[in-house]
Structure formats: structure tokens, C-alpha cells
Design a binder for this molecule. Structure first.
Ligand code: SAM
Length: 406
């Protein structure tokens, strides 16, 4: 079984849940230094897998299960670069390895390439990992011009792999910051989180179809009925998925349209290949769609934008309003989108040490025939309320991600 290491994003529990949704036969072996997940899969992951994972920063494939030590690294570097014809670039990304040993491995690695008759240079050092952009630019991740070895000292072994993918930060920044319409008053969903939600949606669709192995590049149709300025629809188009988007606000609808037109032009995504339909619609009123979408993926309203810490009375009111809206939306979805799985987000608030979350909506969902689910292997905080909490330190409002299977 192929084994991998994933460097997790800043919400590691969500990154692991996403891996559990995407990776066929995902089995978590261990978590190292809170940021690296070592896991095995039933099959090899695609080269472009990293581009679809919002919660994984970097991915490495294990190259040896032998009992190796840091003194074997120079030879492993040379072995991994057998096909590189010209000057080799190499790098070492180490976790829990003493810096003295890393420094020696860099020096001995250089010597080993010299003995093998290959000119080389290295990027990164014992104090700092090589910048991901540099690894992309120097064709190290693709393996064409070099290698980065990914090394983790676990309690029992030295785990050695090669880096096979790393998130392209510039591309995320581009689609987040360069799109023509950004509305900071409704809260901006990070594109990576939108990707995670879409992956959960695909997992739900496939688990319903009883497809243990999610086929590669299936094209889904997604409905986002609270689309705002369209982060989720935009991610759909980038994945080649059809999208139906709506919002009660005309300003939001116009914003989504502009953003989708922009991404189509930038990425040459043609309507004949990937469709979108953006309209004004109140998500609490029946959806009248020509055909049902495969899934709903949406960030429902998070309440008013907060610039200062809310009081307990404020939060009680926000919660009451939100519970009412979520319940009305679920009633509507159950009636007019029968059988469609829903990935949604409910706001929650942290006040002092307390977490104030939705309570009543759970029984509403149950009565309407929805079951909250998470992929096997996802970290579960409360078995009574299967969900994942997403919150950044600088925000007063968090997002509770809930996967509802009809
Ligand atoms: C948190 S924002 C969504 C932001 C969005 N994910 C984005 O990428 O910009 C929630 C959106 O829900 C919309 N909304 C609120 N109540 C609604 C309703 N009853 N029906 C449809 N949209 C609604 C708001 O206009 C707002 O644009």
C-alpha cells in the first residue's frame, strides 16, 4: 500500500477530514509534530491531487520502508535523481531531525552527487526548509531537475519520502485577491476552505452511490444558494464542475457573475465545457430547477459582520436568527431538493471560554430526514453533533461545517 505524508494546513482536523474524504482507503498512521500526517492509501494518488486539496500544504510519497538512518540520505538522493540529466537541485525537508544531522546530510549529499558525476546545488538548509515557490520554479517537485526528500523522525523509525506536490500559494492569492468583486462585509470564504467543502460534497455523493473508490475527475453539478460574491462557484469552475448559484441580494448576484466571467477569461473556461447559472433567489423559497444538482455546497449567512467582540446578548440574538434561517432553509431543501446531500456552514461564536453553537437545528435536520456524517477517519469531537469547527484566531465568528446526507 502506498504511504504518504501530508503537511497539514492551519486547521489540521479539517485537513485530515478532507484527506479521509479524498484518499481511497485513507488510513492515518500517526501525526507528527501536530503538522505532519503519515497515512497509507489503497492506491497511488494522482500527480495533480495537491491542486484539489484545500487543507494539505504539501504531499510526499514514501520511497523506502527499509530501516534507514540519516547516513543513508546521500545515497537515497542520488538514487532518486537517476533520470536527471543536467545539474541536479536537491533539498531536505526534515521534521524532528537534529539540525547537525541535517547539515551533514546536505554536505554528504553534495559529495555523493559529485562522486556519481552529477553537478548539483541544494536549496534550503538545516535551519529553514526550501521555499515551495523555489521548488516549483526549479522543477524539483516534478522530479525533472531534482528531488526533495521528506524526512520525519518518528518514535520508531526514520520515515523517508519524496515531495510530490505542494500548494501553489500564488494561485490562491491570485483568485482570492485579484478577482474583480470582493465583499468583506459578508465575510470572505477562503478558497481553500471552499475546495475542502466541495471535496466533502463529492465524498457524500460517492458514498451514497457506494463508490468506495472515488473515480478521478467526475464532473458534478453544485448548487450554492447563498453564493455571496461566489467563492464556491469560482472553485467549481476551476475544477471543471457545473454550478448553479443564487443569492437573495442582487448585488451579490452581480458580484458572482462578474467574478465568474473574470475566471472564465483568465483560465479560458468555456461555457460549452463547464456551465454556470447565477440568479437572484431567496433560499427559503422553493427551488425550481430543471434538474436536481448532485450536491448543495454553501456558506449560509454568518450574521452581521463583527468589528468588535459581541456581548452575550448580541450572540443570543444572532444565534436565534441563524437557527430560524437554517431551519427554514433545511425545510425548503428537504421539500424542493429531495435526496440532495448538503455541505453547509453554521456560524458559532466563542465568548470567553464558551463556544456558542447551534443546538435546535440538529433535531430539525433529523426530523427532516437528514443524517450528519463525516468521512471515516475524520477527527470527531462530539459524536452527538458530527461537525468540524473552523475558526481563525483573529475572528469573533467561527464556521461549523456540517455534512447532511438525506
Ligand atoms: C456569508 S455570505 C456567503 C459568502 C460567500 N460564500 C462568498 O463567497 O462570498 C451569505 C450570503 O447569504 C445571502 N443570503 C442571506 N439570506 C439569504 C436568503 N434567504 N436566500 C439567499 N441568500 C441569502 C447574503 O446575501 C450573503 O450574500
Amino acid at each position: 500500500m502506498p504511504q504518504y505524508a501530508a503537511v497539514l494546513g492551519h486547521q489540521p482536523h479539517i485537513s485530515i477530514a478532507e484527506l479521509a474524504a479524498v484518499v481511497p482507503g485513507f488510513t492515518l498512521e500517526s501525526i507528527e509534530q501536530t503538522v505532519v500526517a503519515l497515512f497509507s492509501a489503497d492506491e497511488e494518488l494522482d500527480d495533480d491531487c495537491i491542486d484539489r486539496l484545500g487543507g494539505t500544504v504539501l504531499l510526499a510519497r514514501r520511497i523506502t520502508e527499509a530501516d534507514v538512518s540519516m547516513s543513508d540520505i546521500p545515497q537515497l538522493l542520488v538514487n532518486e535523481c537517476g533520470k536527471v540529466r543536467k545539474k541536479v537541485t536537491f533539498s531536505l525537508r526534515c521534521y524532528d531531525v537534529p539540525s547537525k544531522l541535517i547539515k551533514t546530510a546536505y554536505i554528504k549529499g553534495k559529495e555523493a552527487f559529485k562522486s556519481a558525476g552529477k553537478p548539483c546545488r541544494y536549496v534550503g538548509n538545516e535551519k529553514k526548509h526550501a521555499a515551495v515557490a523555489l521548488l516549483h520554479d526549479s522543477d524539483v517537485i516534478s522530479g525533472k531537475k531534482g528531488v526533495e526528500l521528506f524526512i520525519v523522525q518518528t518514535a520508531s523509525q526514520l520515515w523517508v519520502g519524496r515531495t510530490i506536490g505542494a500548494q501553489d500559494i500564488d494561485r490562491y492569492t491570485w483568485r482570492d485577491m485579484d478577482k474583480p468583486v470582493r465583499d468583506t462585509t459578508v465575510g470572505l470564504l477562503p478558497p481553500k476552505l471552499a475546495q475542502v467543502m466541495l471535496n466533502f460534497g463529492a465524498w457524500m455523493v460517492e458514498s451514497e452511490r457506494d463508490n468506495k473508490k472515488r473515480k478521478k475527475h467526475i464532473v458534478y453539478t453544485v448548487l450554492d444558494p447563498f453564493c455571496g460574491t461566489g467563492v464556491i462557484p469560482l472553485e467549481c469552475l476551476l475544477q471543471g464542475w457545473h454550478v448553479l448559484a443564487s443569492d437573495v441580494s442582487q448585488k451579490a448576484v452581480n458580484g458572482t457573475k462578474k467574478n465568474l466571467d473574470w475566471v472564465r477569461k483568465e483560465m479560458k473556461i468555456l461555457k460549452k465545457d463547464v456551465s454556470d447559472d447565477v440568479s437572484k433567489h431567496d433560499a427559503l423559497k422553493p427551488f425550481k430547477l430543471k434538474s436536481l444538482p448532485d450536491m448543495v455546497v454553501t456558506e449560509t449567512t454568518l450574521g452581521p459582520a463583527l468589528t468588535k467582540k459581541p456581548t452575550k446578548t448580541d450572540v443570543k440574538k444572532y444565534l436565534k436568527d441563524s437557527e430560524a434561517l437554517e431551519a427554514a432553509f433545511l425545510h425548503n431543501a428537504a421539500a424542493s431538493l429531495p435526496g440532495v446531500p448538503i455541505v453547509c456552514m453554521w456560524p458559532f461564536w466563542r465568548l470567553g471560554g464558551d463556544v456558542i453553537r447551534h443546538e435546535k437545528i440538529w433535531s430539525v435536520a433529523k426530523e427532516l430526514g437528514y443524517r450528519a456524517v463525516l468521512p471515516a477517519g475524520a477527527p470527531v469531537e462530539d459524536p452527538e453533533k458530527l461537525s468540524l469547527l473552523y475558526q481563525r484566531k483573529d475572528q469573533f465568528v467561527g464556521r461549523e461545517i456540517v455534512l447532511l446526507l438525506p
